[in-house]
Design a protein around this ligand. Sequence first.
Ligand code: GTP
Ligand code: MG
Length: 149
Amino acid sequence: QERTFIMVKPDGVQRRLVGKIIQRFEDRGFKLVALKFVAPDQGLLTQHYADLKERPFFPSLLKYVSSGPVAAMVWEGKDAVKTGRVMLGETNPLASKPGTIRGDFAIDVGRNVIHGSDSVESANREIGLWFQPQELVNWNTNDHGWVYE
Ligand code: GTP
Ligand code: MG
């Protein structure tokens, strides 16, 4: 099954949204595979957002995501990457529908509360960047047959 990397950004942590965000992924039926609370260093964040290095907002993005601790996690399930992005909403929170995380909790693009991998390739890259292989837990959910046909 597919895995995606989800990170509650410093604004989400400061606004005490970590629990609510985890709740949404649990409620949907996704399986938590890894979870850590960390103050990421600039090197890790630069690698994480390497594809945005040339963008004008890159310095403010780095300042934002390094401004405090984040909650990094890996969720597993059917179409986890695409479904995770739908649950997050649009990059610009004001364009996000109510019912999405950004649509319910955010206003500015530079304070959009949460990150989610944008493709399976990005997910694999980001999971490898943020987690050691032994930090990814293989386990069976006992409701699997009640979530999946
Ligand atoms: P992530 O899940 O965080 O990767 O967001 P995304 O995939 O929806 O957007 P993208 O990867 O293009 O940009 C990464 C992050 O940079 C966004 O979530 C925003 O926090 C920030 N960002 C993107 N575009 C802009 C912009 O035009 N202005 C500002 N200030 N920040 C931006
Ligand atoms: Mg992105």
